[in-house]
Design a protein around this ligand. Structure first.
Ligand code: TZP
Ligand code: MG
Length: 226
């Protein structure tokens, strides 16, 4: 909320229109850590450590199948293992974001609205929101979300029932719709990531192209996007 002069001269709270005091400053790479894609070969903490050793400074924890307790235990382990300088974002769950001491929550179109998530996590933490069309990006721009994600940009096998691909044209349209930081997601690899940034994204969110060799992949993404 911004403090504005009211008609009578008294300071009163008024909603910021599509702005937020903590508007995110996003790194170029936004790794999304989903244990479903680690194929039982690695635990989330060692995987996250590898992401950080490659240069990641922001990680989203995403778990579409775990029970709340399991998710909270994994999230707390991540928070404990990584330095406070590494920003951790909880997918879907504002409650787990707070309980694990994360830095923000990322909500989709079927989760809590950005404003409801904001009520829970407060002004100091980040709220991000997924969008899948320019209309949704325009709507998200009017909320207090700190950043907007757009996608899937390209075909992806990492999401169940994905929305139709928006392509680079969708990234360009979302860029024109908002001045908030823009994250592109879906089918983004070391090979195509530069085109996504050129289309106007500030950051690329990635699941599968980090899984095989996380430290090396992160470093390669950051080398391309520096
Ligand atoms: N939302 C839109 S696409 C997607 C999500 C969570 C999956 C991205 O995964 P990948 O493997 O980087 O395509
Ligand atoms: Mg969600």
């Amino acid at each position: 909320m911004a403090i504005q002069e009211g008609a009578g001269g008294a300071a009163e709270a008024a909603p910021l229109q599509g702005q937020h005091v903590n508007q995110a400053i996003l790194p170029r790479l936004y790794p999304v850590l989903d244990p479903a894609f680690l194929a039982g070969t690695r635990d989330v903490v060692s995987f996250a450590r590898e992401l950080v050793s490659g240069g990641a400074t922001l990680i989203q924890y995403r778990n579409k199948t775990g029970a709340g307790r399991q998710m909270l235990a994994a999230a707390r382990a991540l928070r404990q293992a990584l330095s406070p300088g590494i920003r951790l974002i909880m997918n879907d769950r504002a409650d787990l974001c707070l309980a694990a001491g994360f830095d923000g929550v990322h909500v989709g179109q079927d989760d809590l609205s950005p404003e409801s998530a904001r009520l829970i996590v407060g002004d100091a933490l980040w709220v991000g929101v997924s969008t899948h069309s320019v209309e949704q990006a325009i709507a998200a721009d009017k909320t207090s979300a700190d950043y907007i994600a757009i996608g899937p940009v390209f075909a992806t096998a990492s999401k169940e029932n994905p929305d139709p691909v928006v392509g680079l044209a969708g990234v360009r349209a979302a860029r024109a719709a908002t001045r908030k930081p823009l994250v592109a997601i879906g089918g983004i690899t070391r090979l195509n990531c530069a085109s996504v940034i050129e289309a106007g994204a500030d950051s690329v969110a990635v699941i599968s192209d980090l899984v095989h060799d996380p430290a090396k992949s992160v470093a390669a993404f950051l080398h391309v996007l520096r």
